[in-house]
Design a protein around this ligand. Structure first.
Ligand code: SF4
Length: 120
């Protein structure tokens, strides 16, 4: 495997991670560029089980716009993204909504919420 470069999405710092195969590591991968261990775990998980913060839109009622931008509060496994987007498409929020308001609690039981990305 060639080295893989990923941006850590665990916190807003956004460290650039360089991930290489390394059989001397218990995980089989060596991660550089991380400022903390959470970044190392994120980098390894991104190779073994890719996932990402999901963004999208839900329907908005009584607002100045017809759709409300939303995002997940944590990462969603790649194989669950399509299912989550279907739920986004069938969800309706009612204005007024503050930024950060939980729109969908614990989506698919993944332990992450879907929140409003802006006020509306
Ligand atoms: S490696 Fe640590 S400091 Fe850097 S973005 Fe990830 S969580 Fe934040």
């Amino acid at each position: 495997m060639d080295k893989i470069i990923k941006t850590c999405k665990v916190c807003p710092v956004g460290c650039e991670l360089i991930i290489n195969e390394d059989q001397s590591e218990p995980s089989g991968y060596h991660v550089e560029g991380n400022s903390c261990n959470r970044g190392k775990d994120f980098g390894i998980k991104e190779i073994i089980e890719p996932s990402r913060i999901l963004t999208g839109r839900v329907l908005l009622k009584n607002g100045a716009m017809s759709r409300l931008p939303v995002k997940t509060t944590g990462v969603v496994p790649e194989d669950k993204i399509e299912e989550c987007l279907k739920i986004f498409n069938s969800t309706e929020a009612i204005s007024p909504i503050k930024r950060g308001t939980v729109i969908i609690k614990d989506i698919l039981g993944l332990g992450v919420d879907v929140i409003a990305a802006r006020k509306a």
